[in-house]
Design a protein around this ligand. Structure first.
Ligand code: CTP
Ligand code: MG
Length: 561
């Protein structure tokens, strides 16, 4: 599984979406040399974007069989890659070799006649394949291989983890099971491309780019799809004009960048709502610090957040990607901490005073920079190694980072994942949050510039606090859980895997033990009604008992959850 995880990680790095087995192996081998692939972050994004432009999303009839599907669709052009998945029905993503094939397919496609209602005649690349007449009798003699787009349930996950031989293997296994698949990433780029077609009615040169966990290499199956509308290609560079006549567009002006962003998003949001096939529940949240349009894209099942003018966030996604690429342990540790935090309600899918995954990731990166032998360099170091061509200033913020990763020399750190996990909890269980700020630019804590309970300096917009939303209660819960987990990882019973009680049931140990319902959580959550309040030490004793396998206790409870 460890090897498989590595292979997947390398696949992500090479950006070989939908690659055939042979291609994958070839690319994987290429990527494993030197700095694990020379392709830069932007080159990978560009490749995926271009693939998405040659792709269509097809809703399939229930009893379709693969051969029949491919025979019919390939009449319109050569199919480079394809896969099927289930959302509200069966869907196929088809990537043609050439964009022209999409025109051929569309030429064969009609606007449906809908009884009692009326259709918006918008010809998108979201297409339905229907049986006509006799065909509908056909049955799916060869069952379709459906790609998985949702993470496995927590009890299934813990079963997989318990079967591993070491804590290091558990972390690798978790990454392998949770991370985005090539197909899922391709579908995300395709959804961006479909939305671009809507925005392009006003801004033909615009691009809609995914950012956040879709591209930063820390995305978990089922995570939201963060996108931003990039209009920079339209403004272009201000060309130097020689003497004589020149032309410029007469444009409407807003009072600030923000008001222009709001009005563009408002109109695009309206179009998505009124014309966007499969887009439902559109909400315009234009007064947020970062104005956005939120909606669900039903055919993909993605929860989407569309922003505009958000190039700094794209740069932070690149930064996370770079850190994730420098050492495989980074991703494993981040996936484990994110999962641990989610299980214990430290993070939540509902916005609020919780720590976000982004903040949590920065906490992990900072911890890795603070090792005796730092596992990661500082952001200032990544900036110092940059070429002149890497220079990037966005709204006055220096967002420069080196793109050629072979220039980065890492220190020799041989810590196991088990040790890193243990020391992460110790580090944050004892961190001086009340006076210090987390700073990955300097790789060192700094005095807090303001009084938020948790202060994590935004790596690029340095006057901002990434975790401004977090309140004291949530920070205290995080610290209490870190302490409890650090303590658990000192226990012999937790560190070693005991024999299986029956064929398949292995008592929780290692990472699995950390995912059990917590003592600190039950004791620390205010306002929640608890049935019983045992003193903490007694509850820890109970938890430990259940880990020893003397009873099904906590493990059984979790499996039932
Ligand atoms: N972001 C930021 N400052 C914040 C929150 C978010 O700069 N306070 C940027 C980060 O680049 C982040 C992106 O916005 O990656 C998307 O935010 P979010 O969806 O909250 O985080 P993800 O990293 O995408 O994680 P998740 O899997 O929870 O969606
Ligand atoms: Mg996100």
């Amino acid at each position: 599984l460890g090897q498989k995880a590595d292979l997947r990680a390398r696949q992500i790095l090479t950006g070989c979406a939908f690659a055939t087995k042979a291609q994958t192996v070839k690319k994987t081998l290429q990527a494993s040399t030197a700095a694990a692939g020379k392709e830069s972050f932007s080159a990978i994004q560009e490749e995926r974007r271009e693939q998405a432009e040659r792709s269509v999303l097809i809703s399939c009839p229930p009893n379709i069989n693969q051969k029949r599907f491919l025979d019919y669709i390939s009449k319109h052009g050569n199919i480079q890659n394809h896969f099927f998945y289930q959302s509200y029905g069966i869907y196929a993503v088809v990537e043609f070799s050439s964009k022209d094939s999409i025109a051929a397919l569309k030429a064969n496609c009609t606007i449906p006649y809908v009884q009692h209602e009326a259709a918006v005649p918008f010809k998108s690349r979201l297409i339905s394949l229907k049986w006509t007449g006799q065909g509908s009798q056909a049955n799916a003699s060869n069952t379709l291989k459906l790609q998985k787009h949702l993470p496995i349930a927590i009890n299934e996950l813990t079963q997989h983890l318990s079967k591993q031989e070491s804590i290091d293997q558990q972390l690798q296994c978790l990454t392998d099971l949770y991370q985005l698949t090539e197909e899922n990433i391709s579908l995300r780029f395709l959804v961006c491309s479909l939305l671009r077609d809507i925005a392009a009615a006003y801004f033909p040169e615009c691009i809609i780019r995914p950012f956040g966990s879709t591209v930063n290499s820390f995305g978990k199956l089922g995570c939201d799809l963060d996108m931003f509308l990039d209009l920079d290609g339209i403004s272009g560079q201000n060309k130097k004009k020689g003497p004589g006549l020149s032309l410029e567009y007469h444009v409407k002006q807003g009072t600030s960048e923000r008001t222009v962003t709001q009005s563009v998003l408002s109109v695009i949001g309206e179009c998505v709502d009124q014309f966007g096939p499969g887009c439902v529940g559109v909400q315009k949240i234009l007064n947020a610090r970062c104005p956005l349009v939120r909606f669900a894209h039903q055919p993909s099942g993605f929860q989407c957040d569309l922003t505009a003018n958000n190039r700094v966030a794209m740069k932070s996604s690149e930064l996370l990607f770079v850190f994730g690429k420098l050492d495989v342990r980074v991703r494993h540790l981040v996936f484990a901490i994110r999962c641990w935090a989610r299980v214990h309600g430290i993070t939540s899918s509902i916005p609020g005073a919780w720590i976000t995954n982004f903040s949590l990731t920065v906490l992990v990166l900072f911890f890795l920079q603070r090792r005796k032998q730092p596992l990661l360099p500082t952001l200032d170091h990544l900036r110092d190694l940059a070429d002149p061509s890497d220079q990037c200033i966005i709204e006055g913020n220096d967002c420069t980072i080196v793109s050629d990763l072979s220039k980065i020399t890492l220190q020799k750190n041989t810590d196991t994942l088990e040790k890193l996990l243990q020391e992460f909890f110790e580090f944050y269980g004892n961190f001086a949050f009340s006076s210090m700020s987390i700073n990955i630019r300097k790789g060192k804590e700094q005095n807090k510039p303001e009084s938020s309970p948790l202060h994590i300096q935004n790596p690029f917009e340095t006057s901002l606090n990434v975790s401004k939303n977090v309140n004291t209660t949530q920070l205290e819960r995080f610290v209490a859980l870190c302490r409890e987990s650090a303590w658990l990882l000192e226990q012999k019973e937790v560190l070693t895997r005991s024999a299986a009680q029956s064929a398949d049931v292995i008592p929780p140990w290692g990472l699995t033990a950390l995912l059990l319902p917590s003592v600190a959580q039950s004791a620390g959550v205010k306002g929640r009604r608890k049935k019983k309040h045992h003193p903490a030490s007694e509850r820890i004793k109970t938890l430990l008992e259940s880990l020893k396998g003397n009873s099904g206790g906590a493990g059984a409870k979790q499996n039932a959850a």
